[in-house]
Ligand binder design. Structure first.
Ligand code: PMV
Length: 345
């Protein structure tokens, strides 16, 4: 991947997607992006959004996503322009921007492009507007990673976790203002891989924002929230022990519960396709036979994320490619987090 040069006139942020081990699903306060529960994620390496910002002399922002100019009324345009307007109002900037953004992975198929996209947009825009083009100069002026994450969260809740590498914890807190996001462990702590299997023609039809709004309508939602403290405690213990098998079984339970909440909300929501289910079944059967140690999770889309230790990843990726030659496969792994003009820190 190219490292983008910093000039006085442009800023480039490269921000990875993340995959939640403990899912954020449902909000208690949508306006302030206060989640109904805490979440824990792993930041990826290769699945990234790359966003370059420069000044725009016109009277509105110009946004080009994957080579296509967005208007304020397209699905992606609505979110991106709203985040720029929010940032300007919150932080007192006025300059209109020209934004070029692209992803290294397919959109809307269950890899969190809203997390990487909103994190990159927020970081690049703030660095541009403030004229502070490095992490150090930003932090020295009070633009800490925590503050940038809190602003990115407004565009997409999960974006706040993409401001760090490694394993990241978004704590709910006792009120919207007491939310906290921080790095639990860096990328060297546990060398986890995420082999992402993307079924053909899998495109998400219902946005995660709409999904969050529906989550509370599931009769299982309150039960889920009641049980999450215990799952979070176990997950943190499994991470502390670096016990991949325990961690994987908790992550799989969590993914299945997440699917149950969606399928029992009104109206029901099903992101997984028949192809996703076939991958999950194949994985469980292979594990039961003792062929490999790997566990699945999902996001709001049809892709299946296969988590495993680094040492097992090449064999598992090869087995997936043999079993599902028709699907896309991205071999990703835990990563060091966002870059601002090429620098991670
Ligand atoms: O950040 P949002 O509003 O797009 O919500 C994403 C929620 C999930 O990706 C489905 C789960 C998570 O915790 O990342």
């Amino acid at each position: 991947m190219a490292i983008h040069a910093s000039t006085a006139d442009t800023v480039t942020a490269e921000t990875p997607a993340n995959i939640a081990l403990l899912k954020y699903w449902g909000k208690d306060d949508g306006a302030r992006q206060w989640p109904s529960n805490a979440s824990i994620s792993m930041t990826l390496t290769h699945c990234r959004t790359i966003t370059t910002v420069q000044a725009n002399a016109g009277d509105d922002d110009v946004v080009v996503l994957q080579g296509e100019r967005l208007t304020r009324t397209t699905a992606h345009g609505i979110k991106i322009f709203a985040q720029l307007d929010f940032l300007r109002t919150m932080c007192g900037f006025t300059q209109k921007l020209q934004i070029t953004t692209s992803n290294t992975f397919p959109l809307a198929c269950g890899i969190a492009s809203s997390a990487s996209g909103m994190a990159a947009l927020t970081l690049a825009a703030l660095a541009y507007w403030t004229g502070l083009h490095s992490w150090d100069t930003l932090a020295a002026a009070g633009w800490t990673r925590e503050r940038i994450a809190a602003l990115a969260r407004q565009g997409s809740g999960s974006a706040c976790r993409s401001l760090w590498g490694g394993l990241v914890h978004w704590q709910r807190g006792a009120s919207p203002d007491q939310q906290r996001v921080y790095q639990l462990e860096d990328e060297n702590y546990l060398r986890l891989y995420d082999i992402i299997v993307t079924p053909e023609l899998a495109t998400k039809t219902v946005s995660s924002s709409a999904g969050h709004a529906r989550a509370h309508s599931s009769p299982l939602f309150a039960l889920r929230i009641a049980g999450l403290q215990e799952r979070q405690r176990d997950l943190l213990a499994a991470l502390a022990l670096q016990d991949v098998e325990w961690l994987g079984s908790l992550v799989e339970q969590e993914a299945l519960e997440f699917c149950q909440i969606m399928s029992t909300c009104a109206p029901p929501l099903v992101y997984a396709s028949a192809e996703s289910l076939a991958v999950m079944t194949w994985l469980r059967q292979g594990r039961q036979r003792g062929d490999f140690v790997a566990y699945f999770t999902v996001d709001a889309g049809a892709s299946v994320h296969v988590l495993c230790a680094a040492s097992a990843a090449p064999d598992i990726a090869a087995a997936i490619r043999t079993a599902f030659p028709q699907h896309g496969v991205i071999v990703d792994r835990i990563g060091s987090g966002p870059r601002l003009n090429g620098a991670t820190r």
